[in-house]
Design a protein around this ligand. Sequence first.
Ligand code: MN
Length: 499
Amino acid sequence: MKLQRDYKFWFCTGSQDLYGDECLKNVAEHSRIIVDELNKSGVLPFEVVLKPTLITNELIRKTFNEANIDEDCAGVIVWCHTFSPAKSWILGLQEYRKPLLHLHTQFNEEIPYDTIDMDFMNENQSAHGDREWGHMVTRMGIERKVVVGHWTSQAVREKIASWMRTAIGIVESSHVRVMRVADNMRNVAVTEGDKVEAQLKFGWEVDAYPVNEIAEAVGAVSESDTNALVDEYYDKYEILLEGRDADEFKRHVAVQAQIEIGFERFLEEKNYQAIVTHFGDLGALKQLPGLAIQRLMEKGYGFGAEGDWKVAAMVRIMKLMSAGMKDAKGTSMLEDYTYNLVPGKEGILQAHMLEICPTIAEGPISIKCQPLSMGDREDPARLVFTSKEGPGIATSLIDLGNRFRLIINSVDCKKVEKAMPKLPVATAFWTPQPDFATGCEAWILAGGAHHTAFSYDVTAEQMGDWAAAMGIEAVYIDNNTNIRDFKKDLMLGNVVFGK
Ligand code: MN
């Protein structure tokens, strides 16, 4: 998927006029070189734009307010080349509302032992200039990222690149609109939540539509459009008839093609980027949207099953954060389904009734038509595949009644030992970190759901930073987790965010 906006990040260098014009000329030149080299490195996913050196209260305030209103600006990177008295930054920082990165670097990598004098010291003093600046940002309680090291270092560039993707998640969050074409499944707790609070915290608009309005849009899709998409499916995927009549099978697939086109048109017309459905509330739809939802997720739409709008929004956010990433491995909604408890081979089989995003697939993708064990509709067509190996994160955003908590579990995805020929759904399989028992225990203690927003491409650090920017609690379950300390993390969350 592609982002709709050509985002840029502003590079603002802090300084002062105490050391004269010559020094300020060098500061500007050094900043220009750093920005050029960062852009040329090919590491950063977005362009960095150099702004004039910031030395006065007025200019700082004006620059930050311009960043606020520039829709293409996704964040500001600040570096204090020389000392920049931080009281000059108070008003600008107070009014600034976008992601902030403090790049704690300096122009030279090595101390120039043979030539260093006090002029050099005064000109190259981010070691204390950045501390003055950091002090003020901390005193003001502003959430920001700090990246430390020389600007030519690959590790530093990768950290900036990673933060840029977090920043996209932050600025895009308030543009996420979730369409609910069904309410949450009756009696289910964890898919519920406070939609007003979600808009206050995350900026999400979560709206309901009668399912038959979208079913009408599906019904309006022409036969020729539908058939063209069916042809595309038949070119792209393996067809596994499994004893079904070929024409009857194709008619079932065509129902999903019509749903894909109708849903996409309806979502686009009404400007929604995420959607929830519910197998028990399908109105005039002939099948539970399976293949259709899988294809929409692949295009970048967020999705949550059984009315799970929090997961739909989170899948959308994580797809935005990984948009355009080279060698991306995929992002999807998943559901903890069943366990393998054989010692040494423990793991969780991930699946859903149908709706797993094919971006996480590895190997062939097939279309099958099988009955659903729930609901009262035609056997829906779905894409079936297994998923990639490697590390990923499973996230669960829960509503605790007085606050949201984001649970972030680092997981190791594996191949299942044997094929599962009778299972007609896409799957993934993972072992939660730090190990199966501790990972599951921590997840349950934290109140994590059975639906997750999963990604191979977004990191736990990025999601934790995203949560911090949203002002919500985040807990990590990874190789550093032990239950005693994890319970203290939860207690600390209760103290900070209220019980
Ligand atoms: Mn479910």
